[in-house]
Ligand binder design. Structure first.
Ligand code: C2E
Ligand code: MG
Ligand code: MG
Length: 726
């Protein structure tokens, strides 16, 4: 047994123990409680009066009159001390995990000779440990995009394990103030039914009123509380007697949900309940907000924000389904392109152009059947797939659409008559997959345009000849690559205001430029598409990376500070099994390292599961090469791959940047993208920044890097040099 000689008197050291934060208990020689400190009462709810004269462990372990567990007895007898984790029961019956140290003392008080006693020191660890595990699990669930209901159900169950006699529920509150259960694993379903589709209000239960008032609500006894009225008995019969609800608020302080503890007897929450709920509220808010942004992003990714029609991705999906369902019968695909839209847009302004596009979308909806699939493919291109029709119906349908479109329309007090051209093809005759059908309908539309405006044409196989133009472009591009007449321009990417390195250049993006003797400057999307279709993209990218590395090495030799160059890659590049090796070899050849390049890919690379793509991605990642997600927000925008794949940068597409200061949807999406990128440790580069207002908004919202005409257009290497040097 431990031999101790206390210099101080007994009352002195007991006084010192009183003020300790841990829970302490002291016994007399009969091992009956003589002292407890305030920490003990806080932790277990027992006062000194409750414990006085009682054997403490038997009471706290709820084994009255029984011997102590053998491992405790053994430790005390052999060593005079027990140290270990115990599950004790507090005064309210709840279980608490503690780290306990029990010292059996044999000491002298100075005046009265030798005395025995036990001193118990208890530290609450169970909650800490298990609560930490709960928090970790929730964060992991958020990052791995576990469905919101599953994530919250796990949380409720974990909380219920931590605090017995409590039933936990999480409700969702939508922007219209309608409440619905998100997770409530232990609340009987007939009780939950009362909580569905409930409008929040000052006197609506505890959840409804907490959501409405934006503050916690405690109903210590549901059967007596005015908010439950006739529903009280349903709750009490299900064993739910008291309720404590805290509102879950989002970043903008709007209530997006509630977290409720129901108790199986009338009572109010204790300090521990509060501690748990305080920490969970924040995680619930993150989880609910993330889920909302995911939905918003999906909505934005699949629907055109201007007309609310399905976008190209969604149209292709819907049309493919409709074609499949109508197999064996004829379907018609109409491809519409407005005449002179650019002219209207430029002369009357973008707002007028937008209004016209919305109107056209509405007119198309009106003149199609519910089963038809209507979509907006790009700025002034629309498509309509009509399943289960006959080719004889083509003239009537095409005419109806043309007439609907050409109804006069007033923009800003100016009356205009919109016109369009339509190309039509049929399935299965002209193709069975949506890509082929769109291509053929597009060719027919071009044929119609050649005839003038407000026309329609049906696809003829000879129209494929129209793609002769494309073949000519392919030949010319091949020649340009061999002759080395393609060029590269570079656009600076600068740190936004408030970033520590704000004076420095973050990097530059290399953009291919092609000048043809007859056609002049050919737009990159056009010749890149030809390169992709013809397979020339492999040569083009090989040339691109070599030219970029050569340029960077030259700049470095000239003392120019260019941190890295971003290069654009096509999905097809990843189909070349030697691609990753090639990039590394080129870097090596120019004496550069992986940090000197940033490879810009698009979301389609992420969706491509071909073995060559996966091998290339992992080889690039293994070499330390950084990948950037270009045009983020315009494709599938599935957030789930972001944390799985080695992406170190997101490039926010210029369409969002363009609208960020004028459209609430674009601003919300941008904020979500910035939040997600931040939490995944990725840099965000905003593309197409044209105005100071956009730059300010982006800087204020934490976007680190900006790129756009506001700072500089893409320029020749010499111009870039002049731009960089003061
Ligand atoms: P991207 O990679 O998203 O490149 C950004 C485009 O936005 C460039 O168009 C750039 O000139 C333009 N831009 C930059 N700042 C602004 C601005 O403030 N406002 C507006 N409205 N536009 C801005 P560009 O050069 O015509 O290239 C178009 C696309 O062609 C690129 O989009 C990229 O996807 C592709 N591309 C260009 N060069 C290459 C290349 O070498 N290889 C591959 N595979 N694709 C390339
Ligand atoms: Mg790019
Ligand atoms: Mg881009």
């Amino acid at each position: 047994m431990t031999q101790l000689t206390f210099v101080k008197t007994g009352s002195d050291w007991l006084h010192a123990l009183q003020s300790s934060d841990s829970a302490w208990l002291v016994t007399d020689a009969n091992l009956h409680t003589t002292q407890v400190n305030e920490g003990f009462t806080r932790m277990l709810g027992y006062s000194l009066e409750d414990m006085l004269g009682q054997p403490p462990l038997q009471k706290l372990l709820q084994i009255p009159g029984m011997p102590l567990p053998p491992h405790i007895q053994e430790a005390l007898h052999s060593h005079g001390v027990f140290s270990g984790e115990l599950q004790l029961y507090a005064r309210d019956g709840s279980a608490i995990w503690v780290s306990a140290t029990i010292n059996a003392f044999n000491y002298q008080t100075g005046e009265s000779g030798e005395t025995f006693s036990e001193v118990l020191v208890l530290t609450d660890i169970g909650y800490t440990k298990r609560f930490e595990a709960l928090q970790r699990q929730m964060l992991e669930d958020v990052v791995t995009e576990k469905p919101l209901d599953a994530l919250l159900t796990n949380m409720c169950q974990a909380l219920e394990r931590l605090v017995p006699h409590v039933y936990v529920s999480v409700m969702h509150v939508d922007e219209q103030g309608i409440m619905n259960p998100l997770a409530a694993p232990s609340i009987p379903s007939h009780v939950l039914d009362l909580m569905r589709c409930v409008r929040i209000g000052a006197d609506v239960g505890a959840c409804g009123s907490a959501a409405f008032l934006g503050c916690e609500v405690i109903a210590e006894n549901i059967s007596e509380h005015p908010n439950w009225r006739s529903a009280a008995s349903v709750f009490t019969q299900a064993g739910l007697h008291a309720c404590w609800v805290s509102p879950i608020k989002n970043r903008d302080n709007r209530v997006v949900g509630t977290l409720a503890f129901y108790f199986d007897s009338p009572r109010s929450p204790n300090a521990l309940h509060r501690q748990l709920v305080m920490a969970c509220l924040h995680l619930c808010s993150i989880a609910i907000e993330r889920d909302a942004s995911k939905h918003r992003i999906q909505q934005l990714a699949y629907y055109d924000t201007l007309t609310h029609l399905p976008n190209r991705t969604m149209f292709n999906d819907g049309a493919a389904h409709a074609l499949h369902a109508a197999r064996g019968q004829t379907s018609l695909l109409f491809f519409l392109d407005l005449d002179r839209f650019k002219l209207w847009n430029d002369s009357l302004g973008h707002a007028a152009g937008d209004a016209l596009l919305r109107e056209i979308a509405e007119r198309l909806r009106q003149c199609t059947r519910p089963d038809d699939v209507v979509g907006r493919l790009s700025s002034d291109e629309f498509a309509v797939l009509m399943p289960r029709c006959s080719p004889e119906q083509i003239p009537a349908f095409a005419q109806r659409m043309l007439e609907a479109i050409s109804e006069p329309f007033a923009i800003h007090g100016v009356m205009t008559t919109p016109n369009a051209c339509i190309g039509v093809c049929t399935s299965p005759e002209d193709g069975t997959d949506i890509e082929t059908l769109l291509r053929h309908a597009d060719q027919a539309m071009y044929a119609a345009k050649k005839q003038g405006c407000q026309r329609w044409e049906r696809y003829q196989p000879e129209m494929g000849q129209l793609s002769l133009e494309r073949a000519a472009m392919e030949r010319a591009l091949r020649a340009a690559l061999t002759e080395g007449t393609l060029q590269l321009h570079y656009q600076p990417q600068v740190f936004s205001q408030g970033q520590p390195q704000q004076d420095g250049l973050y990097g530059v993006e290399a953009l291919a430029r092609w000048h043809h003797s007859q056609w002049g400057w050919v737009a990159p999307p056009r010749f890149i598409a030809v390169a992709e279709d013809s397979g020339l993209i492999h040569d083009l990218t090989r040339w691109l990376i070599d030219a970029v590395c050569g340029q960077l090495a030259l700049w470095r030799a000239q003392g120019l500070q260019v941190p890295h160059v971003a290069v654009n890659l096509s999905t097809k590049n990843f189909h070349d099994p030697s691609f990753a090796l090639q990039v590394q070899a080129t870097l090596h050849k120019h004496g550069l390292v992986v940090q000197d390049l940033m490879l810009e890919i698009t979301e389609s690379v992420m969706l491509d599961s071909s073995p060559a793509t996966l091998d290339n991605l992992s080889a690039l990642h293994a070499s330390g090469m950084r990948l950037s997600m270009d045009d983020f927000g315009t494709g599938y925008s599935s957030l789930s791959y972001l944390h799985r794949l080695p992406i170190s940068e997101l490039k926010l597409d210029k369409s969002f940047v363009h609208d960020v200061t004028t459209s609430a949807a674009a601003a919300a999406l941008t904020r979500s993208v910035l939040n997600i990128a931040n939490s995944l440790g990725m840099a965000v580069v905003a593309e197409g920044v044209e105005t100071q207002a956009q730059a300010d908004w982006l800087s204020e919202h934490g976007c680190q890097v900006l790129q756009g005409y506001l700072f500089a257009k893409p320029m020749s290497p010499d111009d870039l040099k002049a731009w960089t040097l003061p």
